[in-house]
Design a binder for this molecule. Structure first.
Ligand code: 26Q
Length: 752
């Protein structure tokens, strides 16, 4: 069907074999774009709009080829002409439109929505320089603009444009789309990305993410999460959010009118999923448009919107729950501030409990708008939803028990195994057929859990993945990984609650243990990947500790043959696709109750890594599925942690003073070690761990070390380890985002 040879002649006047990778990439991208353009839109009366500040979509060539069903064909034709599709795809620059789990979840959801044939689009912003590009200098993170936008990208100029009215001025938007293809589907959806006609990239220089935060007409779509350590930065975020949702609301209304709505029935034509609170202002904005632009009575507008919006909560961390001074909102849009005050007033009339008020002391609690004025609120894993209902949002749960539900997160199997792990995918296809591509059901593999031949094949697939991971690490960090190393990974945003610092303390323990002559059975390679928010000092300190440790251990010939610490630079979706298939151990070590769900836990499990975890987020569900012999758990329970916080009863200093622990923590400030790093950072981190340790790393440390050691020993029993690996893959079906999206649709969206 596809004739790449012919196409190469038409486009370049050359045989396919004569193209370089970059030309081959451009040609393939054009083919995919044309095919996508020719597909009709998924239709249906009611359409979903998934509004999100982030869409961490990753490279799209392989994913789109898979979803179009032409991956193998293209790969073979390239191969016969001497090209390697993987090399060709390396020419693609990964879009920088997200930061972490919430953004990647949105991307997985778009894939599943399209695959299920549901009419639903993403709506977000087209950040020109993304989050930031992470570079390491002097063992510290530096942040550079991530220049991902190129002539030959996936963006399609729609020609659509809206006016967004801010207090005192207005701006004009410009809508780009990225086509979203479903696996084996003949229709397409969209990722709508709004940009600003007046955006000015010259506000940003190549070597820094600083820019003039006051030049609003020029800067709104420059960066995702611009620095918010001052009021200027914070108010800029509110401008961005309003820009995003005003465009979204105008698009929603325009499309509903086109499909025949008279707007009194808008809720029959559109449903909005609010991904965390960043898009919350879509509620007052829809009300504003219905009332001011379309002549609908205020109360009626409120009741229409109430039936249209659903909210997903992704965190219980107080600092991540958005609260904005009403004065900020008034500066950004006086009308929106007025509407929020009206909504707040109406709620206060109904319920006098100050805990559920939208405005408290002139501060607007964004999540409270969503809960009062949306019809649905969901958590992202069973434990998380339970904590929302029973503690964090308890007064709301009492008011509206019927609005609450759980939707355990999921991941798209098209990217997180079929795309990234060809060896394991082929093995599963040979063994089970290909139904699992869409059903997610891998449980048939359980039949083979005692079959030595199958276990060896699972081991072989891991070896293949490790080879490609080693090449990636060599390219990314210039480091060679021993062929027989056990690969232990922690890949996620750097945050104290995720406790990368606890793994760092383990590494110090292991370093000292090897120094004492206890040589491990095989080399251990621990790989970290993740970015820290630029203004998050302790997270930056943790990166510094990891990089300094990495260098320290590598420089010690007594230890370096047995222990290796690597931190990937600029961890992103592309890096994840290399690391995840190769991992033996999945580190999911957040303080229980703090990780809403996690999704790298699911990706790693699917690819046969064995989980080392606390009973937090979706780890609880993984443990349930695989059983105790196929997972390693440790640490305080979420109930215990919640109690310690409630009673203010955690005392880290006493734990620090235990000789075994003190030795490890004090290693960080040992003068020789400090001399190789930045003493200010190391001292600050040391003191924080010894005195504050807000996320209780010292509480779980001893048990963590024990369990981790047991895990390394168990790895040496090859067949029993491979069996664990097999069981993890076999039981991962629950975590297909197709399952998650079916639940959203059946229980919240009700699309046709
Ligand atoms: C907060 C205040 C002001 C501005 C921005 C923010 C902000 C920015 C980003 C708050 C939260 C985020 C990102 C949150 C996130 O990625 N959460 C993760 O969501 C995943 C998908 O549900 C879960 O699996 C993870 O457990 C959760 O941490």
């Amino acid at each position: 069907m596809i004739d790449l040879e012919k196409r190469a002649h038409e486009k370049y006047g050359l045989p396919l074999a004569a193209l370089d990778d970059s030309d081959a990439y451009t040609m393939l991208m054009e083919i995919v774009r044309e095919k996508a353009q020719s597909l009709p839109d998924t239709e249906g009366k009611r359409r979903l709009y998934y509004i999100s500040a982030e869409f961490l979509i990753g490279k799209l060539l392989t994913n789109n080829l898979i979803n179009l069903g032409i991956y193998n064909e293209v790969k073979e034709q390239l191969y016969h002409a001497g090209h390697d599709l993987n090399k060709v795809e390396e020419c693609e620059v990964e879009p920088s439109l997200g930061n972490g789990g919430l953004g990647r979840l949105a991307a997985c959801f778009l894939d599943s929505i399209a695959t299920l044939g549901l009419p639903g689009d993403g709506v977000g912003l087209n950040y020109h320089f993304g989050l930031f590009h992470q570079k390491f200098r002097d063992n510290q993170q530096t942040e550079l603009p991530d220049e991902w936008l190129h002539e030959q990208g996936w963006l399609v100029d729609t020609g659509k444009s809206y006016t967004v009215p801010f207090g005192g001025f207005s701006v004009t938007s410009k809508l780009y789309d990225i086509d979203v293809l479903g696996y084996g589907r003949k229709t397409k959806n969209h990722l709508h990305l709004f940009d600003l006609t007046s955006v000015d990239e010259s506000l940003v220089s190549a070597d820094s993410i600083d820019f003039d935060k006051t030049a609003l007409k020029k800067n709104l779509t420059l960066f995702l999460y611009p620095d918010d350590s001052d009021d200027q930065g914070r108010i800029l975020r509110v401008y961005q959010e309003y820009f995003m949702v005003s465009n979204a609301a105008q698009l929603i209304i325009e499309e509903a009118l086109e499909r025949g709505s008279d707007l009194h029935d808008l809720d029959e034509y559109a449903v909005v999923q609010i991904n965390d609170t960043h898009p919350t202002m879509v509620i007052p904005e829809l009300i504003r448009l219905l009332v001011d632009e379309h002549g609908i009575d205020f109360d009626e507008a409120v009741s229409i919107v109430r039936k249209m919006v659903a909210y997903t909560n992704h965190t219980i961390l107080a600092e991540a729950l958005e609260k904005w001074p009403l004065s900020f909102l008034r500066t950004v849009s006086p009308r929106i501030a007025d509407i929020i005050e009206k909504l707040d007033y109406a709620e206060k009339e109904k319920d006098a409990d100050p805990a559920v008020a939208i405005i408290q002391n002139d501060i607007v609690h964004m999540a409270h708008i969503d809960i009062h004025y949306g019809f649905s609120i969901n958590g992202v894993a069973a434990l998380h939803t339970k904590i929302l209902e029973e503690s964090e949002l308890k007064p709301f749960y009492k008011l509206y028990p019927e609005k609450f539900s759980n939707k355990t997160n999921g991941i798209t199997f098209r990217r997180w195994i079929m795309g990234c792990n060809p060896a394991l995918t082929s093995l599963l296809d040979e063994t089970l057929g290909t139904e699992w591509h869409t059903t997610g059901d891998l449980s048939g593999l359980m039949e083979y859990k005692d079959d030595p031949e199958m276990l060896e094949k699972i081991g072989d697939a891991k070896e293949i993945a490790k080879r490609s991971m080693r090449a990636f690490i060599k390219q990314n960090r210039g480091i060679d990984i021993p062929r027989n190393a056990i690969v232990d990974v922690q890949i996620k945003r750097i945050h104290e609650y995720k406790r990368q610092q606890m793994l760092a303390l383990y590494l110090i323990w292991k370093y000292l243990d090897i120094k004492n002559g206890n040589i491990p059975a095989r080399p251990i390679t621990v790989i970290f990947g993740g970015k820290a928010a630029p203004a998050y000092v302790i997270a930056q300190d943790i990166i510094h500790l990891i990089l300094t440790l990495s260098q320290w251990i590598a420089a010690d010939p007594d230890v370096s043959p047995y222990l290796q610490v690597i931190m990937v630079e600029n961890y992103n979706v592309t890096a994840a696709e290399k690391l995840i298939p190769a991992a033996d151990i999945s580190e999911q070590i957040s303080l229980a109750s703090k990780e809403a769900s996690g999704t790298s836990n699911m990706k790693l499990m699917l690819n046969g890594a064995v989980t080392l975890c606390t009973m937090d987020g979706a780890n609880v569900e993984i443990a349930d599925l695989v059983g105790p012999e196929n997972i390693y758990t440790f640490g305080a329970s979420s109930e215990e942690v919640v109690r310690l916080y409630a009673e203010n009863a955690y005392r880290p200093h006493g734990l620090y003073l235990r000789p075994g622990t003190k030795l490890l923590v004090d290693f960080i400030t040992n003068p020789k070690f400090m001399a190789t790093g930045n003493p200010e950072r190391l001292k600050r981190l040391h003191d924080d761990m010894a005195n504050k340790d807000w996320f209780m790393a010292l509480l779980d440390l001893e048990e963590y070390i024990q369990v981790k050691e047991r895990m390394y020993v168990d790895y040496e029993d090859r067949s029993s380890w491979l069996k664990k690996s097999l069981v993890n893959t076999a039981m991962a079906g629950k975590f297909s985002s197709d399952r998650t999206i079916k639940q959203y649709n059946d229980e919240i969206w009700h699309l046709d």
